[in-house]
Design a protein around this ligand. Structure first.
Ligand code: NAD
Length: 263
């Protein structure tokens, strides 16, 4: 299937590693040009070089913290200066700290709001006028399975990703007639550095093996394994494509069956 992504310009946020990087790799393999961001320039430029080499496409890396509106504005300006337009926006950020309601003070809520919600609002605000003017656009938010089934101990993530979902569902209706789709993609437990680090930290803390720590997650997954970032990126690339032109307002999980409801 030709996804119709050749020559499209995609901005993928928080993409030096993990899910963001996998989505960037998949879009580049389909012929898209990329603008990627992450906070640490060294790691980001290494990722950009690797994707450039593998795909032969144009890849711009801009060091930026998506939690800071000024960084988001600078990122989008750099993208427009290089490519003149942004056809596809994939929002993403690092995960907020774990914890219960009583463990988070006002500052923790504010920081998580900037990271998970304001980042999506500002990125979307910056790309939308160009998409409307061209009558074509794709906005894809990386959220979490937590928006359909809250995960214990992840109060900030459960709360703020739900806000992103509400915004995206409303925006989808507002911009559908302008040729812009807005969707959310929900990772389940996927083998990224972050998840490997969480397993290793739990193993050290509790004196168990990393395999035992990982098994706590995989035992809840009908496929009995973690997802691979490429499996997640395949759906992401499709939702960003020309071929997904009649799909908007959706929240789709890539979770090996972890969600148990009728969604
Ligand atoms: P990861 O830690 O492997 O990668 C995160 C990427 O985001 C890195 O490139 C990092 O440099 C970048 N980043 C982090 N904070 C940033 C910021 N403020 N500004 C710019 N770049 C930033 O994480 P991941 O596993 O790929 O997860 C990505 C998102 O998906 C997170 O929000 C995570 O909570 C969520 N998620 C992941 C899983 C999973 O199993 N991997 C499951 C559900 C939700």
């Amino acid at each position: 299937m030709d996804l119709g992504l050749t020559g499209k310009v995609a901005l993928v946020a928080a993409a030096s590693k993990g899910l963001g990087r996998a989505v960037a790799e998949e879009l580049a393999a389909e012929g898209a040009h990329l603008v990627l961001c992450a906070r640490t320039d060294d790691t980001l430029q290494q990722t950009c070089a690797a994707i450039r080499e593998a795909s032969g496409g144009r890849v711009l890396g801009v060091a930026a913290d998506v939690a800071k509106p000024a960084d988001v504005a600078r990122l989008v300006q750099a993208a427009l200066a290089e490519f003149g337009r942004i056809d596809i926006l994939v929002t993403n950020a690092g995960g907020p700290p774990a914890g219960t309601f009583e463990q988070h003070d006002a500052a923790a809520w504010e920081a998580a709001t900037h990271l998970l919600l304001t980042s999506v609002v500002e990125l979307t605000r910056a790309v939308l006028p160009g998409m409307k003017a061209r009558g074509w656009g794709r906005i894809l938010n990386i959220t979490s399975i937590a928006v359909k089934q809250p995960v214990g101990g992840l109060l900030l993530s459960n709360s703020l990703r739900a806000a992103v979902t509400g915004m995206a569902r409303t925006l989808a209706n507002e911009v559908a007639a302008a040729g812009i789709t807005v969707n959310n993609i929900l990772p389940g437990y996927t083998r990224t550095e972050r998840v490997e680090h969480l397993a290793s930290a739990a193993a050290t803390r509790e004196g168990i093996s990393e395999a035992e720590a990982t098994a706590r997650w995989t035992n809840e997954i009908p496929m009995r394994r973690l997802g691979e970032p490429r499996e997640f990126a395949a759906l992401a690339a499709f939702l960003c494509s020309e071929r997904a032109s009649y799909i908007t307002g959706t929240s789709t999980a890539v979770d090996g069956g972890w969600l148990k409801g009728l969604y």
